[in-house]
Design a protein around this ligand. Sequence first.
Ligand SMILES: C[S@@+](CC[C@H](N)C(=O)[O-])C[C@H]1O[C@@H](n2cnc3c(N)ncnc32)[C@H](O)[C@@H]1O
Length: 194
Amino acid sequence: MTFFKKVSGLLKGKTSDLYDWHDNWHEKFIVHLAKIVRPAVYVELGLYRCSLFNAMIPHAGMLYGVDINPDAGKFMKKSSKSTFYPMKTIEFAEKVRGKSILIDMLFIDADHSKKSVLEDFHAFFPFVTPHGLILIHDTHPRNQEFLKSDCCHDGYQAIEELASRTSDYELVTIPVHPGLTLIRKRTTQLSWQE
Ligand SMILES: C[S@@+](CC[C@H](N)C(=O)[O-])C[C@H]1O[C@@H](n2cnc3c(N)ncnc32)[C@H](O)[C@@H]1O
C-alpha cells in the first residue's frame, strides 16, 4: 500500500498501519509527558506487553507495574528501577496501604469497566502526591462498536462521574480515540502554595 493510500485510509477512518499506530498514540504522549514531569515514582495498572512501561524506564526514578496476568512480567525489561506485581490492581492497593509510597504519575489501564476504573481511581488517589498526575486510558471511544467489554468498555462513564466532583483534582479528556484523561491532584492552582 502506498503512503498516500495509507493516509487517505486514515483520513476516511479506515483500518491501515497508520491508523493502528494512531490508536496507540497514548504511548508517545505519556513518554513525552514523563520527559517533562520526571516522575520519581511511576505506577502503571495494566501492562499487557509492557510496551509503554519499558519506554518509561529512562524517564522515571522508580517504576511499579501491575497486571493480573503473570505473563506480562516476561515482557518487562530488566532494570533495577522497575518491579512487576502479578496481581489484581486492588490487591496491589491493599499491599501498599500503610507503606510510604507516593506516586507522581499513575496510569490506570487495567479493567476498563466503569466500576473498576472508579475503584482503581479511589483506591490509588490517596497514594498520589499533591500535583501528581493520574492518566486514564480508553475514555473517549470512537463509536458504539468500541463500547464492548473487550474494547474500551464503559470506562468513559467513570469520567462522567469523576468530572462532577473535582474539588481535589482537575481533569481533562483528549477527545481522540481511544481517549486519554489527564487528572492533576490539587487543591490550589500553584503547586508551591499547597
Ligand atoms: C490495555 S492492556 C494494558 C496496556 C498497557 N498499559 C500499554 O499501554 O501498553 C490491559 C491489561 O490489564 C490487565 N488487567 C485487566 N484487569 C486487571 C485487573 N483487575 N488487575 C490487574 N490487571 C488487569 C490485563 O491482563 C491486560 O494486560
